[in-house]
Design a protein around this ligand. Structure first.
Ligand code: FAD
Length: 379
C-alpha cells in the first residue's frame, strides 16, 4: 500500500515525492508514461556523447532564494546567462543580420547603422511607438513600445508561426514576456539566479528521487496502474482534462516538433539560441546545448523547433474561451478530496521550472498543514 501515487516525474511530481517521503516519511510511488524521469527537463548524452535536452533547451533562472536553495540540495551549479540572437533582414538593405533579442540599444544601432545613446534610443522608440488606447493583444504590447517596423521584424512572423494565430488575436501576456531595453544588456533573463545543474537535470532528479520511501516506475500510464496498485491519495501532474476523461472537451495546446542534429564540428553558432522570426523559415529557433552545459566535445548537438498543432501538449493557447473551459475543469478538480492537481498540465498554464518548484513546495505545505502525518499510517 502506497500513501501516495504521484502521476508524472517532472518537477511537480518529483519535488512532491521528495518532500512527502523525506519530511512526512510517507511511501510514494512515482509513475511516468515516458520512459524516463525529469519530465520536460529530461537531458541525456546522445549517441555522440553530447549532453542534450530531448524536449528543447531548458535554462534555469529564478528570483526565488527558496527555490534555488531547495534545488541546491540535489545539484551543484554552473553559472550560465542565456543570450539569444535573432536573424532578420535589415530594413533598407534586405541583408541578413543577427542582432540581440530582447531588443536593446545594440539591436537598434546595428539594424539602422546608428550610434544612439541610451537616452537617444528612448526618444527614437517613442517617436515610432503607436498610440494604443487599451493594450489588450500581443500586437498592442509591441507596437505601443517600439512601433510597427520592429514589431513586424521580430514579433509578427515568430508569433504567427509559434501559435498559428496573429498577435492581434492573442492575449497581451504572450509578447509581454519579452522586454525592450534601452541599455546594452543582452542577457535573455535578468533573474538573480541564472545557472544550469552542473551534471544536468536528470542527475538532479535522480538524487531527488533516491529515497528509500520512493519507488519510481517509468513507461507506465496512470490508466494501466490506477486499479492495480493500492494507494491512498493521488498527486496528478498530467493534463487536467485527461483526468476527467475529457468530459467537457479537450483543452487546446500548441506543440513542437524537435529536430535534433549532431554535427561533426565543435561549434555551430555563437550563442545558445538563434531565433528565426521570418515567416518563410519553417522553424522558430535553433539551440546549441554546449553553450548551456559548457561541455567540451569535438562534436556539437543542435535542436530546431518546428511549431505544430499536433503532438505533446506544450503551450496552453491563451484565449479567453480556453480559460473558460479550464475553469470548468478546475471546478471539478477543486471538488476532489484525495487528489491534488499540480504542475503546468494540471493547471493549464505556461510556467517556468522555478515556478513549478515553488508551486509544488507550496502544495506540500498545504498538504502538511491539512493532513496529520499519522493519517498516512492509520489503517
Ligand atoms: P512536466 O515536466 O511536463 O511533467 C509532467 C509529466 O507527467 C510528464 O513527464 C508526463 O509524461 C507525465 N504524465 C502526464 N500524464 C500522465 C499519465 N496519464 N500517466 C503517467 N504519466 C503522465 N522552463 C524554464 O524555466 N526555462 C526554460 O528554458 C524552459 N524552456 C522550455 C522549453 C520548451 C520547449 C517547453 C515546452 C517548456 C520549457 N520550460 C522552461 C517550461 C518547463 O518545461 C516546465 O516548467 C516544467 O517542465 C514543468 O514541470 P511539470 O512537472 O509541471 O511538467
Amino acid at each position: 500500500m502506497f500513501d501516495w501515487l504521484i502521476v508524472g516525474a517532472g518537477f511537480a511530481g518529483s519535488v512532491l515525492a521528495e518532500r512527502l517521503a523525506t519530511v512526512r516519511g510517507e511511501k510514494v510511488l512515482v509513475i511516468d508514461r515516458r520512459p524516463h524521469i525529469a519530465g520536460n527537463a529530461y537531458d541525456h548524452l546522445d549517441e555522440a556523447g553530447v549532453l542534450m535536452h530531448r524536449y528543447g533547451p531548458h535554462i534555469f533562472h529564478t528570483n526565488s532564494q527558496q527555490v534555488f536553495d531547495y534545488l541546491s540540495r540535489f545539484t551543484s551549479w554552473r553559472p550560465y546567462e542565456h543570450r539569444v540572437l535573432a536573424e532578420v533582414k535589415q530594413p533598407g538593405t534586405g541583408n541578413t543580420m543577427r542582432v540581440p533579442i530582447p531588443i536593446n540599444l545594440d539591436t537598434i544601432n546595428s539594424l539602422y547603422g546608428l550610434s544612439l545613446t541610451e537616452s537617444e534610443v528612448e526618444q527614437w522608440m517613442a517617436e515610432r511607438a503607436e498610440t494604443v488606447d487599451a493594450i489588450r493583444t500581443s500586437e498592442d504590447v509591441v507596437v505601443s513600445k517600439v512601433g510597427r517596423e520592429l514589431y513586424e521584424l521580430f514579433f509578427r512572423g515568430y508569433t504567427r508561426k509559434q501559435w498559428a494565430l496573429d498577435p492581434s488575436e492573442l492575449d497581451k501576456s504572450v509578447t509581454a514576456r519579452v522586454p525592450t531595453r534601452t541599455n546594452t544588456d543582452d542577457r535573455y533573463f535578468t533573474d538573480t539566479f541564472q545557472a544550469m545543474p552542473a551534471e544536468g537535470y536528470t542527475k538532479m532528479f535522480e538524487r531527488m528521487l533516491a529515497h528509500p520511501n520512493i519507488t519510481v516506475r517509468t513507461g507506465v500510464d496512470y490508466a494501466e496502474i490506477r486499479d492495480q496498485v493500492p494507494h491512498r491519495r493521488v498527486i496528478w501532474s498530467g493534463p487536467v482534462d485527461e483526468y476527467f476523461g475529457f468530459r467537457y472537451g479537450k483543452l487546446p495546446y500548441r506543440s513542437l516538433r524537435f529536430e535534433h542534429k549532431t554535427l561533426d564540428q565543435a561549434e555551430y553558432q555563437p550563442v545558445g539560441t538563434v531565433n528565426y522570426p521570418a515567416e518563410e523559415v519553417p522553424y522558430t529557433r535553433i539551440s546549441e546545448y554546449k553553450h548551456l552545459t559548457g561541455q567540451q566535445h569535438p562534436k556539437t548537438t543542435i535542436t530546431l523547433e518546428y511549431p505544430s498543432g499536433e503532438g505533446d501538449p506544450y503551450y496552453p493557447i491563451p484565449r479567453p474561451e480556453n480559460q473558460a473551459l479550464y475553469k470548468r475543469y478546475e471546478a471539478l478538480a477543486d471538488a476532489q478530496t484525495d487528489v491534488w492537481f499540480v504542475g503546468r498540465l494540471a493547471t493549464y498554464r505556461y510556467y517556468n521550472m522555478d515556478q513549478i518548484v515553488g508551486q509544488a513546495l507550496a502544495t506540500f505545505n498545504r498538504i502538511d498543514a491539512s493532513l496529520p502525518p499519522e493519517a498516512a499510517n492509520d489503517d
